[in-house]
Design a protein around this ligand. Structure first.
Ligand code: SF4
Ligand code: SF4
Length: 159
């Protein structure tokens, strides 16, 4: 969704957003029931899921001797095995829909090195452009709305 502002080349050089540590594992993508069935059917019949509201998150294996969890559907050479059917969370990354002081906001994760270097005005504009779609998706699935975390940059506040 962010291809207007984030190129494939920038992501190919980075690839940090498909792995987590114990501090940001809460960022693991929310998986719908339908997508969980697809993962079980097409990718890994043994994949385990943890309920999150009426959705799920995938159980991920911790790397040996490292505080690191690679996403279970990440292939280190091919990339995300879900292709164009990525979870909504991943399709808007590094934007997040969050709950802040009783309102929903769209915030930017400080983790993405590429977007942090773009002009702030361009990032705000893209967040505004996508806001209707993002809030509408959050209406359909409130599990997508995460609690605000210090450091995330609020770009849009829902009216
Ligand atoms: S952190 Fe940002 S630049 Fe890096 S792979 Fe993810 S979206 Fe692309
Ligand atoms: S679902 Fe795909 S894009 Fe999302 S974190 Fe996992 S590998 Fe990355």
């Amino acid at each position: 969704m962010l291809t207007e502002i984030l190129s494939r080349e920038e992501c190919a050089r980075c690839r940090i957003c498909c792995c987590f540590d114990s501090y940001d594992i809460w960022e693991a993508p929310v998986i719908s029931d339908e997508l969980s069935r697809k993962i079980l059917h097409d990718i890994n019949p043994k994949q385990e899921f943890v309920p999150k509201g009426s959705s799920y998150v995938m159980k991920m294996q911790k790397e040996q001797d490292e505080d690191l969890y690679y996403c279970s559907v990440l292939d280190h050479s091919k990339g995300c095995l879900l292709g164009t059917e990525k979870p909504f969370d991943c399709s808007i990354w590094p934007l997040r829909v969050m709950r802040f002081e009783g309102k929903r906001v769209i915030a930017l994760s400080p983790v993405c090195p590429a977007l942090m270097k773009k002009p702030v005005g361009d990032v705000v504009n893209i967040a505004k452009k996508l806001s209707e779609k993002i809030f509408s998706e959050a209406n359909k699935n409130p599990d997508l709305v995460k609690n605000y975390e210090v450091g995330y940059i609020i770009l849009v506040i829902e009216e």
